[in-house]
Design a protein. Sequence first.
Length: 302
Amino acid sequence: MATAQTVPQLKVAVAHPCDAASLGAVFEAAGLGLIEPILVGPQAKIRTAAEALGKDVSTMRIVDAPHSHAAAEAAVDLVRSGQAEALMKGSLHTDEVMGAVVRREGGLRTARRISHCFVMDVPGHETALIITDAAVNIAPTLEDKVHIVQNAIDLARALRVDPVRVAILSAMETVNPKVPSTIEAAALCKMADRGQITGGILDGPLALDNAIDLGAAKIKKIQSPVAGQANVLVVPDLEAGNMLAKSLTFLADADAAGIVLGARVPVILTSRADSTVTRLASCAVASLVADAQRSRLAIPEV
């Protein structure tokens, strides 16, 4: 969050912020200078939610939309017209937001596959961990995983991580024809060798222990610039990722920020049950991603 406060404020279209949790996070993020929000939804409900918080929305721009589905579409339109640099989920269902993002006509699709990353601060672990994909791609193919890995690497670089060490996780650290995730891990590593994935150092398959613990890697005699010190963990599928992220949150008291990548702009996709710290950290992550995108656009093509 401190780093995000050093870059320009992020103009965020907030879809349907009509309850205390979503609107309260908007006020806090705006108060910290992280975002410049545009509130999109039923104006009367937004004002009622603000009054319940004891907050004044008169200084914020409100774009009236009759219901949550219309709010998601209007928020996407604000991005498409250049009035917003990011999208934030309010008090509506995730599928409503993502449906508007991925629609073929008028959405925010790019050539990249859309994927989700958790940025997790785990007590007792020296560095933050990026876990992907635990929320969007249910059973990603090898082709999908190329995009998932590249999105995560780009995120890590936006967060000033250097070098980016990517562990392709499985249940073991050897290639086993009976375990498809080990074969895909090996293929992804070779694709990185051939320049099909750039910006990070890949290794896999790696089991979780020898991906993040140097002692475990040494015991297994794994010699690798990634083993034991990975900062990006790529899981085989959504089920594994969801269990890993929630285990760290509920058993290890980890804080997590959530971000969706691969669309034209970062999408802040938080849960209604998320803490204020999670919501603020997610805004900060989105701000740094958007700043990295601005920097890339500012470099003239040769």
